[in-house]
Design a protein around this ligand. Sequence first.
Ligand SMILES: [Zn+2]
Length: 424
Amino acid sequence: MNVVSADWVVPVEGEPIADGAVAIADDGTIAAVGFASELGEGERHEGCVILPGFVNAHSHIEYAVYAGFGDGLPFVPWIGMHVQRKEALDFDDMVAIAMVGAHECLRCGVTTIGDCSFSGAAALAAAATGLRAIVYLEVFGHDASALDRFHELHHVVEPVLSDRVHAGVSPHAPYTCTLEVYEACAALGIPQATHFAESGAERDWLVDGAGDWSPLANLLVPPPGETGIRLLADAGLLDQSLMAAHCVHADPDEIALLAAAGVGVAHCPRSNGYLGCGVAPLRELREAGVTVSIATDSPASTPSLDLFEEIRAAIVAARAREQRPDALTAADALELATLGGARVLGLDDRLGSLVPGKQADLTVISLAGSPFDPVEDPVAASILGGSPERVAATLVAGETRYSKGTSWLDSTRAARSARSRMLP
Ligand SMILES: [Zn+2]
């Protein structure tokens, strides 16, 4: 039995505990959560708050060094630049970049990712770094032969799959996958992730075959005459095994369909904002009973995998959109970034809060010397004042996978070299 303690423990399910402690069983699960005076001090983190590890339910860690590519370009030339630059990379480059992404997640206090993976490299990186992951292998195409790609990628990741790293499938989006591809993915019976209703241009293309994406017609599947959410709902393909990123342009009927089917949504406010897609209807999604999480998407569209920045962007976007300071409280935002992420990934029986029996995935945040010190409200202080630089330690299943000061020079060097070859 191991004990970690701090000035505060925030279980997310349950009230914050001053001078709290978490007892960790030998199998990496939480044995008890309570006062340090009862459980012992164990490893004491002075000036710190212990939170459940963040769950970033939508990332693409294989794009960890794509930051800034095509910033400010309209979507069509932007996506063209990404496709073209990615051609400069081989699989080893993608593994090196994914390693940097996985390390960056741990440095940001993220213990679990739901990652959409183009090459399978994300699974190798998660396994090597101890990050917990569902790696959704990406498929694109017109017919069920698109699944050939899934089977090839599955072969790549199979050796590293474990209790900690799971494989899923990601039919990329309704504009790159036909209904037939979605049906074939659903038939695999594994977790699925997709992108829904990201932009107005997506809707124009899917419904009318018109709009800004018309020049991309040869890269897209034929417009089905319907939005992705309605298309899949009509085909009976919306269910709890599916999670969807974005849903910025989901209308009230589509939100009701997502809620009724139990499709979880990864809210990615920075990605949506930087790409000029809009602000997702977070209040409407939550009021309808949709399970929502806060997620970064990738540095291809967002400057970083920093979930602290993402959480604050979600708070700012929600409060500005609703013109209410209580539209998304710090406590609500923390729940979306922990338990919400676990729910979206279907892992909330094991992750997302600090309760006995769940995995001991912990993020320790130091607030010493911050404007929030001495701490009045540990939730607001961690969410509004936290940053990767303030992460003292990140534990997955009770094991320390990051502690402040850790650097990973080898993978950083290889990934930097890969990025330099992508630049013109
Ligand atoms: Zn994405």
